[in-house]
Design a protein around this ligand. Structure first.
Ligand SMILES: *Cc1c(COP(=O)(O)O)cnc(C)c1O
Length: 367
């Protein structure tokens, strides 16, 4: 997907590689979430794309922010976000990070371990704290594994402890990013209902995370379909539904962006045609690790044939697709452009170090 505004910008042919983002798409997506899940609060996951214009576009649609560090808090406040619209969703935080957040007015946190919960009670007294439960989401393209979330029995005791420590308890989960299976949310919502019942707490807030998929090469449910599944699960598992919080990142910003790259080299190796681009694993395409995200490519018309697609660095892992089928025009030459579609999320934000002297991915936000 690329908007007319993006097409007009591309006509100016700035040097590649770069990401171009249309913030109007971001605003529209946040509004769509609000329409599909009325009464919920949306916290855009800043790590997907922290460009100031993207943050302003979220604000314009009335969204808040899921922040993971003092740096992200500062970035959101600088664009005019109110501290009450920030939720500190990272369970991994230093004491100094909690103190920073609290002193800047943040009153909403997520936790999944007792020591972090006690740290919150000490340094962010009286705050709303959601206990993140581990939810299995095997269909996710980029699963979290066991890094975050506690098992239900531990969540029960943390929920009680949070209340005992004078915090306002809630529950949270995240089904893994690019999650094409809406029933993953049902598992999370059912588990949350059970945990709350066992803890003897009437759940007021439930954070169902991000993970809403977008269409790269394969069809995923529409936002309306995800939302219908979530509403049905809530009705099935809660007599009085809690207020929902959402933390979408990818589904808000991916479709707002396009990466324009250029072919550096075409070569035949072991009977396969290798195409090397000026963008790769280390300057924007981190999510091609394990070929997790199969981006759609547009390199113009003409007869196509299969390629192995690789990035420009001297690193052997900087190969984008060698198993994922990839077809590009047979006439492709060095200097030709290749567009990577729906690339607004988890591209420039992962590209923060100039590995091999290649600059981090430049981003242009249209106004
Ligand atoms: C990364 C992250 C998100 C955003 O996930 P998406 O799959 O991009 O929607 C939301 N919540 C937390 C806690 C995260 O770490």
């Amino acid at each position: 997907m690329s908007t007319d505004r993006i097409r007009r910008f591309l006509a100016q042919a700035p040097p590649t590689p770069f990401l171009v983002v249309d913030p109007a798409v971001v605003t529209a997506r946040v509004r769509e979430f609000a329409n599909e899940l009325p009464g919920s609060r949306l916290f855009y996951a800043v790590k997907a794309n922290p460009e100031p214009a993207v943050l302003r576009a979220v604000l314009a649609a009335g969204g808040g922010f899921d922040v993971a560090s003092p740096g992200e808090i500062t970035a959101c406040l600088a664009e005019g976000a109110r501290p009450e619209s920030l939720s500190y969703g990272n369970p991994i935080k230093k004491a100094a990070d909690v103190a920073f957040a609290f002193s800047h007015g943040v009153r909403e946190f997520t936790t999944d371990a007792e020591s972090d919960l006690r740290q919150l009670a000490r340094l962010a007294p009286g705050s709303a704290v959601s206990v993140r439960i581990l939810v299995d989401g095997p269909a996710s393209a980029t699963p979290f594994g066991h890094k975050f979330g506690c098992v239900p029995a531990e969540a029960v005791s943390l929920l009680r402890l949070a209340a005992d420590l004078g915090l306002v308890p809630g529950l949270a989960f995240h089904v893994g990013s690019q999650q094409p299976d809406p029933s993953a949310w049902d598992t999370g919502i059912a588990t949350a209902a059970k945990v709350a019942a066992e803890a003897g707490i009437r759940l007021r807030r439930l954070n169902i995370g991000g993970g809403f998929g977008i269409r790269y090469r394969e069809l995923v449910p529409s936002l309306a379909e995800y939302a219908a599944a979530v509403r049905a699960s809530l009705a099935a598992h809660f007599p009085t539904p809690p207020q929902l919080a959402l933390e979408p990142g990818r589904a808000v910003v991916a479709e707002a962006g396009l990466i324009r790259a250029e072919v550096v080299l075409v070569a035949w190796r072991g009977g396969r045609r290798w195409v090397y681009l000026d963008v790769g694993r280390y300057n924007g395409l981190a999510e091609t690790e394990n070929e997790a995200i199969p981006y759609r490519l547009d390199a113009g018309d003409g007869e196509r044939g299969p390629v192995v697609l690789a990035g420009p660095t001297c690193d052997g892992d900087d190969v984008l697709y060698q198993h994922t089928p990839c077809e590009l025009p047979l006439a492709l030459q060095p200097g030709d452009r290749v567009d990577i579609l729906d690339a607004g999320a988890y591209t420039a934000s992962y590209s923060s170090v100039a590995f091999n002297g290649i600059e981090p991915l430049r981003t242009y936000c249209l106004d």
